[in-house]
Design a protein around this ligand. Structure first.
Ligand code: B4P
Length: 192
């Protein structure tokens, strides 16, 4: 199974991807996690990404594509993957398409998790307290939501037009959301 997870920051992509990884037995590729690992390691790439991420802006397409190509060069992605946090703009969607074509692969579904913005703000405020992520401050969260509207929402429309989008309600318990995603993947069409 090859899955792309879409949704606003805090919509539950990372949370659900961790469960889907066990369920589908394929690797979870989170571009946010890959970037945070670079920042933690203090690599040149991490130093470039650090401030951009803290502001809630998108890291450059060039850096992201390099990281993604590197990750897809590993054998474990041949059986499938859950891609979480990529693509985040139309240029990244085109780059993903080209990369998968080059690898002779095609993803099975793009799943969008939909959560009301007020709930997202509350979730991320909770995570800010629990984990202290620099991009979960109220200002950064507001900016991330604006970036999502401007840059990532067109990606959702693009996959909808291609007939590849499954829209899933991301509100409710973790189990409820997980069950909806599994159902959406199985049915291959939109569920409420
Ligand atoms: P990400 O790591 O992708 O962060 P995110 O959008 O906040 O989603 P995340 O997966 O962490 O949160 P989740 O919804 O699971 O990106 C961080 C930054 O990296 C970006 O802002 C950008 O700077 C950079 N970046 C990443 N990819 C990029 C790309 N492709 N191009 C350019 N830049 C890129 O969970 C959020 C919270 O909600 C958690 O606390 C969780 O416990 C809670 N939660 C989840 N499900 C819930 C539920 N059902 N009910 C209640 N709470 C729930």
């Amino acid at each position: 199974m090859r899955l792309v997870l879409l949704g606003a920051p805090g919509s539950g992509k990372g949370t659900q991807a961790a469960r889907l990884k066990e369920h589908l037995q394929v690797p979870h590729i989170s571009t946010g996690d890959l970037l945070r690992a670079e920042v933690a390691a203090g690599s040149p790439l991490g130093l470039k990404a650090k401030e951009v991420m803290a502001r809630g802006d998108l890291v450059s397409d060039e850096i992201l594509l390099g990281m993604l190509k590197d990750r897809f060069s590993r054998d474990d992605t041949r059986a499938g993957f859950i891609l979480d946090g990529y693509p985040r703009n139309l240029a990244q969607a085109a780059a993903l398409d080209a990369l998968l074509t080059e690898l002779g692969q095609k993803f099975d579904a793009a799943v969008q998790l939909v959560v009301d913005y007020e709930k997202i703000i509350a979730r991320l405020a909770g995570r800010a307290q629990a984990e202290g992520r620099t991009d979960d401050t109220p200002e950064a969260v507001r900016h991330r939501l604006a970036v999502y509207e401007e840059k990532t929402a067109p990606v959702v429309d693009f996959y909808r037009q291609q007939g590849e989008l499954a829209v899933v309600n991301g509100e409710g318990t973790l189990d409820e959301v997980f069950a909806r995603i599994v159902e959406a993947i199985q049915r291959g069409h939109e569920v409420g």
